[in-house]
Design a binder for this molecule. Sequence first.
Ligand code: HEC
Ligand code: HEC
Length: 220
Amino acid sequence: MNKLLTAALALSVACVTTVALAQDLKGDAAAGKAKASMCIGCHGIPEYKASFPEVYEVPKLAGQGAGYIEAALHEYKKGERRFPTMRAIAAPLTDQDIADLAAYYSTQAGPAQKLPPKPNIEPGPKVAAILAKANCAACHGANFSTPIAPTYPELAGQHASYLLAALRQYKTKGNPNFGRGNPIMGGMVATLSDADLKALADYIGSLDGNLKTVAESRFQ
Ligand code: HEC
Ligand code: HEC
């Protein structure tokens, strides 16, 4: 896809607090903030770790694209993502709740910083070879912060332990508590070893990006 269009998409997602959605639902960030009280016990605590079914850091949501946050919440709701706590949390949310929460978290860290188009750290030879073969940048952007579609995630600077858990879940079949059905990523990871996935996660997690966990307490 054309670079300008990619940049325009990324900008439009980053700049607006009210996000227009496929179904013409508008997310309201202020309403989302009120609804996020059931999220902050995990997503409002920097470095907080999930303990079941495996131990890894909960993902950074602030600065993530609204379209992707929404897509992910719908996938937990439908059971296409199997992580049990998030399934239970997403189940009662309406489409409007999901749109509002996405608008809130996508803008929670303020305006996105302007990132250079290339990653700030060069990959080592092993990671460079995997990246070249799999062409991860074709969808996630050369700097892993400029995905080509609003429903695709930003990855740069996400917790490495979470990136690894996410990648392994696209490969996992038949586990009721750990797995994801997305066919695009399922195809991407099918031929990669766990050691390859760990090397990718460590590299992408070490890059500068827009993602953050904003500390929030219930008493604000
Ligand atoms: C008990 C802790 C906990 C609570 C409470 C919680 N989450 Fe999560 N959330 C997690 C964990 C752990 C994951 C990673 C799950 C996985 O591996 O798929 C996650 C994943 C997500 C993702 C996917 C992020 C990505 O990069 O793919 C979104 C979006 C999300 N949560 C939003 C929310 C929202 C909105 C709320 C409140 C309505 C919430 N979560 C409440 C622990 C929690
Ligand atoms: C053809 C487009 C495409 C390519 C190429 C691609 N991805 Fe993805 N990626 C996606 C989409 C779409 C999603 C969202 C899937 C979902 O909804 O679970 C995603 C999700 C992810 C996630 C989960 C992020 C999160 O917050 O949970 C990680 C990690 C990831 N990709 C890493 C990679 C890596 C590493 C490569 C190269 C080996 C790669 N991707 C190649 C489209 C792509």
